[in-house]
Ligand binder design. Structure first.
Ligand code: MTE
Length: 325
């Protein structure tokens, strides 16, 4: 998001960890045998390097991937290189710039519990690995269009959001599902930027959440989804601007009240609840007509990011709403 509230004392997060200290931690990680000790919550916190091998060893879900690709969801562009997609990220909990991948390795993703509450038959908490075992995992190739006018094309693994809604059993009068990101002051330096309304939240209508395109992501590029992309559980709603695709989710709350999401709270004149992609509705400060494809050139942006056939019907009769911001 192109919002920068400068503070005199603010220092880029990448300067905050001394390089030598960082190298020492990596050496420590390498020197620990890749045994079961790495699977334990406390030890996983030591993994501060951006090392693919270490990540795979530490994540007990690694054996689930790759999963079968669902060919219903196709791209008309090349898949973005894994290197680019995993090193150019928005995750404000780790800093308000794109190079947060290393800092994000400090996040502890086991144990990880997901709370289901609010207007449901019975509230409950489920451990991420139990959830993964119960959900039908598949791979989908999806476009991703950030409100900042860059885009990428990613092989996500995960399960339809509808499967989680079925598990949650919302009451008939629930209208929205609100998701919340982990907010851990110890591992997320961005939380020191106290002018942001942490925790990061975002929401969908139940109709949107149960639309076939709404996908809960647990993997990417045939592996567990990396921390910087929102491990162990994030959303992908590819017809909406990327800020709706909330990362590292710890809570799903069902409600009859429309939520005010994180970016709406920060800048309500620029970001709204619906945030559907539309090249003809400019952001107040820039055009949305085109997008820069990561690793490629500039291309025209498409209505609903090209997914109109799946989702346009949900917005009939809502023309009075700000559907595209
Ligand atoms: N979720 C949380 N918790 N914090 C964030 O800062 N950024 C959003 C979204 N989800 C964000 C978030 C934005 S603006 C985008 S474009 C995507 O994550 C970026 O996802 P990526 O880093 O996997 O490309």
């Amino acid at each position: 998001m192109l919002i920068k509230i400068p503070r005199g004392w603010e220092r880029p997060e990448r300067e905050a960890t001394d390089e030598a200290l960082f190298r020492d931690r990596r050496r420590l990680v390498r020197s620990i045998a890749a045994g079961p000790v790495l699977l334990m919550g406390g030890a996983a916190g030591l993994l501060t390097g951006c090392d693919d091998e270490a990540r795979a060893e530490a994540d007990p879900s690694a054996g689930l991937y790759p999963v079968n690709r669902n060919l219903r969801y196709r791209l008309d562009r090349e898949v973005t290189s894994e290197k680019l997609a995993t090193t150019y990220n928005n995750f404000y909990e780790f800093g308000s710039h794109k190079e947060i991948a290393k800092a994000a390795q400090a996040m502890r993703i086991r144990p990880w519990e997901v709370r289901i509450d609010g207007m449901v038959e019975k509230e409950f908490t489920i451990a991420i690995d139990d959830l993964l075992n119960r959900m039908p995992l598949e791979e989908r190739l999806y476009r991703h269009r950030c409100v900042e006018a860059w885009s990428m094309d990613v092989p996500w693994s995960g399960f339809p959001f509808k499967a989680l809604v079925d598990l949650a059993r919302p009451l008939g009068n629930a209208k929205y599902v609100v998701m919340e990101t982990l907010a851990d002051k110890e591992t997320m330096p961005g939380l020191r930027q106290t002018w942001y309304p942490w925790p990061y939240i975002d929401g969908l209508t139940i109709e949107e959440a149960t639309n076939e395109l709404a996908f809960l992501v647990t993997g990417a590029y045939g592996k567990p989804v990396p921390k910087q992309m929102g491990a162990p559980l994030r959303l992908a709603v590819p017809w909406k601007y990327g800020f709706k695709s909330i990362k590292s989710i710890v809570r799903f709350s069902f409600t009859d009240q429309r939520p005010v999401n994180f970016w709406q709270e920060v800048q309500g004149a620029e970001y709204g609840f619906w945030a559907n992609v539309n090249p003809e509705v400019p952001h107040p400060r820039w055009s949305q007509a085109t997008e820069r494809v990561l690793g490629g050139g500039r291309v025209p942006t498409r209505l609903f990011n090209g997914y109109g056939e799946f989702v346009a019907h949900m917005y009939k009769g809502l023309e009075g709403e700000k559907l595209f911001m």
